[in-house]
Design a protein around this ligand. Structure first.
Ligand code: NDP
Length: 434
């Protein structure tokens, strides 16, 4: 905190990890001698730069650009880029820190990074997004590469933005390499990558439900967000027999008691991915409730699937969920539950999976995209989906191994943190003081 004042999200993420790995860490005095914690809390390096671009009216705009290369002991830096007005150093450092442990959990060779800009694509024309992205790449391209640092999407960065970035990167570096993941199918993208985070979260949830002898059939789910992660979370819940009654965007949420079926989901995808409209339009079209400026956690559900952003589910929301009979929370988003909310879930002993474990499917398939690019071959939908499922099952197993408490309750936060940390720590020890 002394070194990095005014970075609350970063402190929150670091404190969560450190508070859960203590017992395991203390078994290894050699880690302490090597000053591992301090070395892990300071990113390898942070790039910050100005991005200047021209809007459609001819005005010159400036934004901040960032890339945090947190740790590369187990593979090239890897992590998404976020374009959102709220982006700052604290948020990107928390995400890069989390990414290091998440990527370690996937068992694939990837280090941790994150980046982005306070540029918001919301309300911008395609031409404006392209001009911004090209200017952003003029700086970022110097720091990335297929064996160095491989960015991907995140909030505000989907297929369109990745396409523009890849095009500019390729022009600047004069090579066609797999330096981005989440690329279009036509130019090196992997099948199942768009679906991977949402599907992976539900595969993880199914493993958790299995430990209680149940599954998704007939379960009522609340989902937040209506972007990439939310859309494919809803798709997989429907496929496995569950019912989704909410989704949201940064303006508010919709509650559809009849459930979002596949036709309504297709409408959401078109609304959000093509027309870039607001979720309120769903309520207008289907005549259901829309609540401006609120989160969906007050609606009764069996399972909550936060899939929008950090700290979107607080202690009071968590108490309401538990009081309403919620049995499981599985995070598609990164750090959506506040520390107070996590405590409520764990005290109530309901199933609770942190994003680090539950949403690792996205970066896992990104890792598989890197493999396919390296061998210059593409795998089928079935192959990638089977690999994704098996990775999520393995992550679940690792969480159970390291997170099971004396009374049998699985503390998935502890399990994910210890499993992720041990591999990174051992690799740092093996590679010496660098
Ligand atoms: P998208 O940009 O596709 O969608 C984000 C959704 O969350 C939108 O509905 C957006 O609403 C909403 N949202 C964003 N910021 C806020 C906010 N401050 N308050 C309320 N709602 C907000 O992003 P993704 O679906 O890709 O990402 C969602 C979450 O999942 C993030 O936490 C991300 O880090 C995490 N994640 C994503 C992965 C991926 O593969 N894409 C992988 C692992 C984690 P609006 O349209 O109004 O902006």
């Amino acid at each position: 905190k002394r070194r990095f004042p005014n970075e609350p999200e970063y402190h929150q993420a670091v404190e969560e990890v450190l508070s859960t790995i203590e017992d395991e860490y203390n078994k290894h005095p050699e880690f302490d001698k090597a000053n591992l914690i301090e070395r892990l809390c300071i990113p390898d390096r942070v790039f910050q730069f100005r991005v200047t671009w021209m809007d459609d009216k001819g005005n010159i705009q400036t934004n901040m650009g960032y890339r945090i290369q947190h740790n590369n002991v187990i593979g090239p830096y890897k992590g998404g880029l976020r374009f959102h007005s709220s982006v700052n150093l604290s948020i990107l450092k928390f995400l890069a820190f989390e990414q290091t442990f998440k990527n370690s959990l996937t068992t694939l060779p990837m280090g941790g990074a994150k980046g982005g800009s306070d540029f918001s694509p919301r309300g911008k024309s395609n031409a404006e997004v392209m001009r911004f992205v090209q200017s952003f790449m003029l700086e970022l391209w110097k720091h990335i590469g297929p064996d160095q640092d491989v960015p991907a999407g995140d909030i505000g960065v989907g297929g369109r933005e990745i396409g523009f970035m890849f095009g500019m990167y390729k022009k600047l570096c004069k090579e066609f390499t797999g330096t981005f993941t989440g690329k279009g199918r036509e130019y090196g993208g992997s099948l199942i990558r768009p679906e991977a985070t949402g599907y992976g979260n539900i595969y993880f949830l199914m493993e958790m439900l299995k430990t209680k002898g149940t599954d998704l059939k007939g379960k009522v789910c609340t989902v937040s967000g209506s972007g990439n992660v939310a859309q494919y979370t809803i798709e997989k819940v429907l496929e496995l027999g569950g019912k989704v009654v909410t989704c949201s965007d940064s303006d508010g949420y919709v509650y559809d008691p009849d459930g979002i079926d596949s036709e309504k989901l297709a409408y959401i995808m078109e609304l959000k991915n093509v027309y870039r409209g607001r979720i309120r339009e769903y309520a207008e079209k289907y005549g259901c409730k829309y609540v401006e400026g609120a989160k969906p956690w007050g609606e009764k559900c069996d399972i909550a699937l936060p899939s929008a952003t950090q700290n979107e589910l607080n202690g009071d929301h968590a108490k309401t969920l538990v009081a309403n009979g919620c049995i499981a929370v599985s995070e598609g988003a990164n750090m959506p539950s506040t520390p107070e909310a996590i405590k409520v879930f764990q005290d109530a002993k309901i199933l609770y999976a942190p994003g680090k474990a539950a949403n690792a499917g996205g970066v896992s398939v990104s890792g598989l995209e890197m493999s396919q690019n390296s061998i210059r071959l593409s795998w089928s939908t079935e192959e990638v989906d089977a690999k994704l499922k098996s990775i999520m099952q393995n992550i679940h197993e690792a969480c159970v191994k390291y997170g099971t408490e004396a009374d049998g309750y699985v503390n998935y936060v502890k399990g994910a943190n210890v499993a992720g940390f041990m591999k990174v720590a051992n690799a740092m020890m093996a590679q010496g003081i660098v």
